[in-house]
Design a binder for this molecule. Structure first.
Ligand SMILES: Nc1ncnc2c1ncn2[C@@H]1O[C@H](COP(=O)(O)OP(=O)(O)OP(=O)(O)O)[C@@H](O)[C@H]1O
Ligand SMILES: [Mg+2]
Length: 474
């Protein structure tokens, strides 16, 4: 069952319940009030007539003109024989006052109306008389019999009688009206809540529609139209769109990565292919040229190998491969990398400055790779007469690796991008030593895997400083 139908049903059920309670209460109060009024009028009329009749105790009779509008008064003798009627012209059903007194009837209203107690009205007792209820055809009559006593002796009965037809009709009409109102109200509530639920759930349907379109067309450039209200559904739509944006970004980045990678792979492959072709076509090539062609092919192959291993590292990073987490003597690792970097130097002075032994948790090989990437950059972008210094420091909580060079520096506008994959700042400047622009992205990944931070500061023409902070293990 859809949420929409469930909402509509629940709402209508609640509405029906409230309607039922309200209708029932109003019906009961109204009905009971009217029938009680009649009973009260009967008691009043009968007891007045009885009081008057009692004054003529030897020969009691009715005083003319007593009784209310519709009320008929009748006088009986002690045996229950009718003596006198206040309105002889009217046709009234015969009654037996003694039988009424012996077995009094209940109230004239139906049990539903009896549900409410006579709240505002004082409780209505029959007094020393008794109520009766007669049915003549479809007509009902309410009667009240009051015994006349004289010196402890029964001398007769006074009866007040009233037809209930008019009130019965009006109450019946009231019942029908309540029923019609109730049924219509429930139908209106059902229809209304069905539409309200649809309106409320409209953004959800749109979201489902969009999600389905994305699924079938595979295009994640789509967005859900935001509802104008900033309610929960609006926020859901917003979140959904934000999710799509980040998915799309990831997707585009992946696409860019693949195309950049293929592009980078093509250059060395083309160079290798060219040199091999050259070697095959010109058999009679001077030895020196042959050597040169072979050396270039070898260099390119080496570059290819490095590139592929870099790509592999990044692919692992994307796949969420986590690194070793073992205690590592960072000083050993840094010293190792320092020794290897020495062989890369082309005349630059490479110094080890402050050097404090410190331990971190992590992957020794990756940490060495990190230091090498930084030293490689520093050497690569620093001319032969420049200086490169490496520092390892220990603070309260962190290990600090600082690589500082006096090289070409990085333009300010390029600085925010150096950690992006395949990004190379202005490769045209000076004689570019070549590279693929993956070094720093791998470096950042390694630092992040060790819960550290990497910050790069640079002054164009002055040099570059890279600071890596890694949390200490002890
Ligand atoms: N120490 C530095 N001095 C000057 N520029 C630097 C330095 N380190 C990085 N850069 C700039 O940042 C760019 C990105 O560096 P990254 O190490 O990611 O790539 P790369 O060195 O060009 O290639 P790769 O390291 O993959 O062979 C470099 O191309 C260079 O322009
Ligand atoms: Mg590099």
């Amino acid at each position: 069952v859809s949420i929409r139908l469930r909402l509509a049903l629940w709402y209508s059920a609640l509405f029906t319940l409230i309607l039922l309670i309200v209708a029932l209460l109003s019906y009961a109060f109204h009905t009971r009030g009217h029938y009680d009024d009649i009973d009260r009028a009967l008691i009043t009329s009968a007891s007045h007539a009885a009081a008057e009749a009692a004054m003529m105790s030897d020969a009691p009779h009715l005083v003319r003109g007593s009784g209310g509008l519709d009320v008929v008064l009748r006088l009986y003798d002690a045996t229950g024989t009718l003596q006198e009627t206040s309105d002889p012209a009217r046709a009234t059903p015969p009654t037996n006052p003694i039988a009424v007194l012996q077995s009094p009837a209940g109230p004239a209203f139906d049990p539903l109306a009896a549900l409410v107690p006579p709240l505002a009205m004082q409780a209505l007792g029959p007094g020393s008389g008794a109520f009766g209820l007669l049915s003549v055809g479809s007509q009902r009559w309410r009667t009240y019999v009051f015994p006349l006593q004289h010196g402890g002796q029964s001398v007769g009965y006074v009866e007040a009688l009233i037809p209930l037809a008019r009130l019965d009709r009006s109450i019946h009409a009231y019942q029908l009206m309540l029923l019609a109102l109730g049924v219509n109200g429930v139908i209106a509530a059902l229809v209304g809540s069905w539409f309200i639920a649809r309106r409320a759930l409209q953004p959800i349907s749109e979201m489902i529609e969009t999600a389905r379109e994305i699924e079938t067309t595979g295009s994640i450039a789509q967005r859900i139209p935001l509802p104008s209200r900033r309610d929960e559904l609006g926020r859901l739509a917003e979140t959904f769109n934000a999710m799509l944006v980040s998915l799309e970004e990831g997707f585009r980045a992946q696409q860019r990565f693949v195309s950049d990678a293929s592009h980078e792979l093509r250059a060395p492959l083309t160079a290798i292919q060219g040199n091999l072709e050259l070697l095959r076509r010109q058999r009679a090539m001077p030895e020196a040229e042959r050597e040169e062609a072979l050396a270039e092919a070898e260099r390119e192959a080496a570059r290819l190998t490095r590139l592929v291993s870099d790509l592999l590292a990044l692919a692992r990073a994307d796949a969420g491969v986590s690194l070793d987490h073992r205690p590592v003597d960072l000083d050993t690792v840094v010293l190792d990398a320092f020794g290897m970097a020495r062989q890369l130097a082309r005349g630059q002075t490479l110094n080890l400055d402050a050097f404090e032994p410190v331990q971190v948790h992590g992957d020794a090989d990756r940490l060495k790779q990190l230091v090498l990437i930084l030293l490689d950059n520093a050497l690569k972008y620093t001319s032969a007469n420049g200086h490169v210094t490496l520092e390892l420091r220990r603070t309260e909580t962190h290990a600090l690796i600082i690589v500082c060079d006096t090289g070409v520096g990085i333009p300010t506008d390029a600085l925010p991008h150096v950690f992006e994959r395949f990004y190379r700042a202005d490769p045209a400047r000076s004689r570019d030593p070549g590279g693929t622009g993956l070094g720093l992205s791998i470096a950042r990944w390694i630092v992040e895997q060790h819960s550290g931070t990497i910050v790069l500061q640079s002054q164009l023409g002055q040099g570059t400083t890279v600071r890596v902070r890694l949390p200490r293990s002890s």
